[in-house]
Design a protein around this ligand. Structure first.
Ligand code: PDD
Length: 284
């Protein structure tokens, strides 16, 4: 069955040429995106993703192109037309089409909206979580507003490619102070020797993951001790456990950094328990 994409009000086979050359997303990466994990037809953390979408749009002054209700219908209809119940749904909103000029167009233009869906079968992700993943470190080359879910992802792309070429699943981005900010497409976590959960505070140096926020709520509900603060690569190497979080991976144990094992090199028990809580939909 052909994959169907939503493009500015139309449902089209995904390979239909439908985005214009002068779309500012294509010319300048002038836009934002969101990614939802769908399980059994349910958009996980729907409200959180919608709130972050609104925030990203506001920060770069793109007006929300359609009402929440209309957007919700388009998201669900695109999913339905792809006949999937376990899926990833991508929403991209750009400033729209206009003659190429860095500054915003003078008049009002209509933002472009694209929704795509792809299958997200559970078995490969579960198998990966059971084995744990390797990460490598890469310099964090990104701009200073990583809190905006911008479609401008070149440093993330290059870091992920480096990971792939090294046989690792994710790249942890390291700033000039030697701190791990986050992964190329995930948030980074460690669990200290004392069992404290540590992840960087959600300032402008990272994307405040919706999964990250849910894990913090789960931790609070379960009475786990957590700290939102920076941690270095050295601290991570000495940690009891490590993991990454994202809509695509949920909670994914990390078993090595740059080829050096964390603890005994196997997925940690707390990360695995958090993953189970996440999958069970627990939070408060
Ligand atoms: N990435 N940090 C970065 C840089 C990300 O790209 C992502 C998500 C996250 C985790 O956010 P969330 O928990 O809301 O998925 C953190 C998505 C999945 C992607 O780009 O495909």
């Amino acid at each position: 069955m052909a994959r169907i994409a939503y493009v500015n009000g139309q449902y089209l086979p995904i390979d239909t040429p439908a985005v214009q050359v002068e779309d500012r997303g294509y010319q300048f990466a002038d836009g934002i995106y969101e990614v939802w994990l769908v399980r059994d037809g349910v958009f996980l953390d729907h409200a959180g993703h919608l709130a972050r979408m609104k925030r990203s749009l506001g920060e770069i002054r793109i007006p929300q192109p359609m009402s929440d209700v209309a957007l919700d219908i388009a998201l669900r209809e695109t999913l339905r037309r792809n006949r999937l119940t376990d899926a990833l749904v991508y929403l991209q909103i750009t400033r729209g089409v206009s003659r190429r000029d860095h500054a915003f167009p003078a008049g009002t233009i209509r933002p472009s909206v694209v929704i795509t869906v792809r299958p997200a079968p559970r078995a490969p992700v579960s198998a990966r979580a059971e084995a744990g993943i390797a990460v490598i470190t890469q310099k964090d080359l990104r701009w200073k507003r990583c809190d905006i879910k911008s479609i401008s992802l070149l440093p993330n792309v290059l870091a992920k490619q480096a990971a792939r070429e090294a046989g690792a699943f994710e790249a942890w981005l390291v700033n000039e102070a030697g701190e791990v900010t986050e992964g190329s497409s995930s948030n980074a976590w460690i669990i200290t020797g004392e069992g404290r959960l540590v992840t960087r505070a959600a300032d402008e140096t990272i994307l405040n993951g919706i999964t990250r926020q849910r894990i913090l709520r789960i931790a609070k509900a379960q009475g786990l001790v957590f700290e939102e603060r920076p941690f270095t690569v050295d601290e991570a190497l000495g940690a009891r456990e490590a993991f990454v979080s994202s809509a695509t991976s949920m909670v994914m144990p990390v078993v090595s950094i740059d080829g050096r094992p964390i603890a005994n090199g196997a997925p940690g028990s707390l990360a695995s328990a958090l993953r189970a809580s996440y999958e069970a939909g627990e939070e408060s």
